[in-house]
Design a protein around this ligand. Structure first.
Ligand code: GLC
Length: 530
């Protein structure tokens, strides 16, 4: 019997619920919609779905402003819908991971309403209040991730409150033990319902410097960049005490059977990131590693990143990789359509648990949003800085009808030109589609433990070609990726001769390779050596 936890061999699929499937014609996706697509998720072959927030929310940040941690927003459905979805996914062998947003609540959360009512409120200390700084301005120079100062003045009580994001998202005071207890009880509520774990929103922001010291200015800030680049968040984020919280959350998960998974959202370099596994591997199981999203798309840079990550990964900890999410530009827009296929091969053959963003399996690109349809407050607050996240949050095209089978109403964000040919229906019928490639990769990954659990070794970096080996017990698989559009004729010291098990060009699958490998432009192959 294997002692490997389920999530090490798994692929996680991120669902942005507003845009996945609408069931009631209001143009916004919902839980019953996800249920309708449960068979698709099983057909695709993912092991777990992480669903972005579905809690009651005023939707200032589309659900990342939570007004009740143990409810479901009517926009998304009911608690009964949630329970049905968990059951339907479990029947298909898929776990449901919830998005937990502990750093901040909505300003409409009763806790904040009570806290702001008076300086004497017993809930006052649940949030971060400070007197004005000298001259009546904000208490310090901390900058909101959503633009502008991170402090908002509250007329009624004459103090400022802190918000790392929107002013509608006041930060909780995680140094207060009562806050911790209340939030851990919210975790227990969902754990008892059978969720497979949590993705913890902005974990690295949860504790701030106790003395609220100014952040140092960022010398490399360039005018026109988003505000948060103005300072280096030395005191406002990634504080040592945050690891205590990760440890406590982990302990709450461990009160329940079934290896519940704790993932942390952490935008840090690999060197800082790995601290979130915990000093005794008692922190989060998987601190999201986003660094592949910024790595220059060159073999040497990617290899350097993989090696740097593997080098700092503490013993016994499991890696994880991400190529896209609801906050970042679509991978097909960053790298181009052809390289997005190569990137999918990379994501699903690297050592570590991959997270796949819904729509990336269709090769969706950023959808241009006309200004009058822009919805994301980050974009609206920081115009001209490219911070708007609507383009990567557009609805999933399911079929070739005008509203793509996503809704019978008006989709909350536009579908984008050419959505018909990108639809699941169209791509299911095309063996050369991105969807077919993704599904074949997921299938191969499930069959080949070398790809999921195997060791990883570099084979070569030759110009534009990156090659590595995955090994499990005696089984070896070579992965060779051409990161360029020009065909390559490659020969490595170690003979590649064998059979192509999978190629981005399905016509090449099952071809035999000898000492030399002719790689087409934008081609990636997985080879089973002889
Ligand atoms: C995370 C979420 C993002 C949200 C922010 C504030 O980064 O992924 O969508 O806006 O936290 O909660």
């Amino acid at each position: 019997m294997s002692t490997t936890p389920w999530w090490q061999a798994s692929v996680i699929y991120e669902i942005y619920p507003r845009s996945f499937q609408d069931s009631d014609g209001d143009g916004v996706g919902d839980l019953a919609g996800i249920l309708e697509r449960a068979d698709y998720l099983a057909w695709l072959g993912v092991d777990a779905v992480w669903i972005c927030p579905i809690y009651p929310s005023p939707m200032a940040d589309f659900g990342y402003d939570v007004a009740d941690y143990t409810g479901v927003d009517p926009l998304f459905g009911t608690m009964a819908d949630f329970d049905h979805l968990v059951a339907a996914l479990h029947e298909r062998g898929i776990r449901l991971i919830l998005d937990f947003v502990p750093n901040h609540t909505s300003e409409k959360h009763p806790w904040f309403q009570e806290a702001r009512a008076s300086g004497e409120s017993p809930r006052r200390d649940w949030y971060l209040w400070r007197d004005p700084g000298p001259g009546g301005g904000p208490p310090n120079n901390w900058v909101s991730q959503a633009g502008g100062s991170a402090w908002t003045f509250d007329e009624a009580t004459g103090q400022y409150y802190y918000h790392a994001f929107l002013k509608e998202q006041p930060d909780l005071n995680w140094r207060n033990p009562t806050v911790r207890r209340a939030m851990y009880d919210a975790l227990r509520f969902w754990l008892a319902k059978g969720v497979g774990g949590f993705r913890v929103d902005v974990l690295w922001h949860m504790i701030k410097d106790a003395g609220f010291r100014d952040d140092p200015l960022n010398p490399s800030y360039v005018e026109g960049e988003p505000d948060f680049r103005r300072v280096r968040p030395v005191h406002s984020a990634d504080q040592p005490e945050v690891h205590e919280i990760a440890r406590e959350m982990r302990a709450v998960l461990e009160e329940y059977p079934g290896e519940r998974l704790l993932i942390g959202e952490i935008y840090l370099s690999v060197e800082r990131l790995v601290a979130y596994y915990g000093a005794d591997r008692d922190g989060v199981h998987l601190p999201f590693n986003f660094n592949l999203m910024w790595a220059p798309w060159r073999p040497a840079a990617i290899l350097a990143l993989i090696e740097a990550y593997e080098a700092v990964l503490p013993a016994g900890c499991w890696p994880t990789w991400v190529l896209g999410n609801h906050d970042q530009a679509r991978v097909a827009s960053r790298l181009g359509r052809a390289q997005a296929r190569v990137a999918m091969v990379l994501l699903l053959t690297l050592r570590g648990t991959p997270t796949l963003y819904n729509g990336d399996e269709l090769g969706l690109e950023n959808v241009p949003i006309p200004p009058e349809r822009a919805r994301d407050p980050f974009g609206l607050n920081m115009p001209g800085t490219g911070q708007g996240r609507d383009p990567q949050r557009t609805p999933i095209p399911w079929d070739q009808t005008a509203t793509a089978g996503f809704t019978t109403g008006e989709p909350w964000l536009p579908l984008g030109d050419g959505h018909e040919s990108r639809s699941v229906e169209a791509q299911k019928a095309d063996p050369e589609s991105m969807l077919a490639l993704t599904r074949a990769l997921l299938d191969l990954r499930r069959r080949e433990r070398a790809l999921s659990l195997g060791d990883w070794h570099t084979l070569a970096v030759a110009g534009d070609v990156l090659a590595f080996v995955r090994i499990f017990e005696q089984r070896r698989l070579f992965v060779v990726l051409n990161l360029d559009a020009v065909p390559k004729n490659v020969r490595f010291e170690e003979s590649l001769s064998g059979r192509i098990e999978l190629s981005t060009d399905p016509k090449r699958t099952h071809d035999h390779v000898g000492d030399r490998l002719e790689l087409d432009g934008d081609e990636a192959v997985i080879i089973v050596p002889r």
